[in-house]
Design a protein around this ligand. Sequence first.
Ligand code: CTP
Ligand code: MG
Length: 218
Amino acid sequence: MKFWLVVPAAGSSQRFGGDQPKQFLCIDGISVLTHTLNRFLSHPDLLGVQVVLPRGQSAPDDLPSDSRIQSCTGGDTRRDSVLAGCLALTHRGAADTDRVLVHDAARPLLPRADIDALLQALTQSAAYLVAPVADTLRDHQGQTLDRDGIHRVLTPQGAELAQMIKALEQGPQGLTDEAAYLLQAGVETQAVVGDGINQKITWPRDLALAQALMSEVT
Ligand code: CTP
Ligand code: MG
């Protein structure tokens, strides 16, 4: 199935810290953003990519020169950034029923098989990647939670473009992923179990972990 891609890269990496957003730091001489884009650029069904950058920041020098990539400016929340990317796709001629995937710039460890599993699910409904939880989970009151009923939520997350835009525009502030917006808008949305290696770079140690794991991901 043909698809468009939005890569939100407009965050300020508060938890990671440092003087540059984490998505512009390098692993083996290549920016995290470019590693992430490279996971998709070799996919034969990719129609185009909208990279969403922080206000006032230009793309890293190593952004692949590929005519399918365009960039735009993000907003104060991830929702605002993803929405800006989706609206830019409509201006590029993407149709309401075209599928759009949203994938965090900070997740360079995405296996190709998981992109394909998600695209397969998108033929039926909106969909997003999840991974099983390994640890026992307990709340602050000491109550142990049923791990079998819980997933870690990953990206990519996808839907028809118009569905995604409507859910983001009409939803409340503060939800942290697209599936939350789709679900609260009443859109049928399935969770697809993917590989837990697809971790987000959040804290400084995650950059070293991503570097170590990069060659494990195909
Ligand atoms: N993001 C974005 N626009 C925002 C906030 C986040 O495009 N206003 C992007 C980030 O650049 C990242 C992805 O959303 O690729 C996932 O967000 P997260 O890991 O939370 O990144 P940050 O928001 O930058 O980090 P933190 O929450 O620690 O500040
Ligand atoms: Mg954040």
